[in-house]
Design a protein. Structure first.
Length: 135
């Protein structure tokens, strides 16, 4: 009995696994929501809230997976992302911003924030940061 060979070319497999800037926004959101749903405990809670905050604050951003993390892109370039504590074996999750984010303030500004929980104050601050990042 012979094994059936895959008719999918390696480049096509790679493209499906790592959608580029033109990937469908709905597919990216489905992948992000599935990744968040697979998280456990506080990472899932933080991921769900961050997803809602980003969507409400900057609906022009497209959800996508980036190195296996939920991320949000503008014109195909990642602006911000969420690192779960469990995946990286750290005591806190991280909300990070890439160089595409318009957060410059003088000669030094933060590009990553440790997250242990989200209160109304943090949610408001994150919403403002995301809005500024895409401005």
């Amino acid at each position: 009995m012979s094994k059936a060979k895959s008719t999918t070319k390696p480049a096509a497999k790679k493209a499906a696994a790592h959608p580029g800037p033109r990937a469908d926004k709905a597919d990216g959101e489905s992948a992000v929501l599935a990744m968040i749903a697979a998280m456990s405990g506080s990472d899932r809670t933080l991921g769900d809230r961050l997803h809602a905050i980003v969507k409400a604050s900057a609906p022009e951003l497209s959800p996508r997976l980036w190195y296996g993390m939920p991320a949000y892109a503008k014109d195909g370039k990642v602006v911000c992302f969420f690192q779960s504590a469990q995946k990286f074996k750290t005591r806190y999750a991280t909300l990070g911003f890439m160089h595409e984010a318009n957060l410059d303030e003088g000669a030094m500004w933060p590009t990553a924030f440790a997250l242990k929980e989200l209160t109304a104050a943090e949610e408001t601050r994150i919403g403002a940061l995301v809005k500024k990042a895409v401005s």
